[in-house]
Design a protein around this ligand. Sequence first.
Ligand SMILES: [Zn+2]
Length: 215
Amino acid sequence: MSELLPYDPQRLAHCAGEIIVNVRELAARGWTPATSSNFSQRIDERHVAITVSGRDKGRLTEADIMVVDLDGRAVATGLKSSAETLLHTQLYKRFPEIGCVLHTHSLVQTVASRLYAGAGHVLLEGYELLKAFSGNTTHETSLDLPVLPNSQDMHTLAAQVDCLLDRRAIWGYLIDGHGLYAWGRDMAEARRHLEAFEFLLACELELRKLQRPHT
Ligand SMILES: [Zn+2]
């Protein structure tokens, strides 16, 4: 690779490797249907490795990972990243400690986003698995997962996310009829948060089914 690249190509290769391995596993669970979803990892303070738009997430190779700057512009490539790149880069830009952002469209996430869109949030409380979220040391806590209205205008969505982040520290949010964003300081933490959200949302949906009055 060219020595003129503004980022360390070895660090990119490392990030690409981690994204490929982890995303294949998430895709195998059916969380990335029909080339949806996108994933990124921080390379350095100015660059992010992110999946190329429209690729099958179950079959990613290094050619499916590209570099963008913190404004979402492609760096040293003619490839195009997801339309949602801005939702990734706004997190890296705002929080230097964030190292990984994972966005999936699982059935559970999508159904839950529809069900709780009116309320604008899903209250998760009393679950042992709340300890999976960084900073939580007990299940005797609650976590409010925001649900944002969907929009094809990423600047509108990003502005809504910024408002949320102004108010409190969160590890993820749902978008109505769309899916989940989750993040962490590295791939392992982001994945733990993503899996915890998925499991807790599945619990909430299951409880709703069981509690439905008989007619
Ligand atoms: Zn999406």
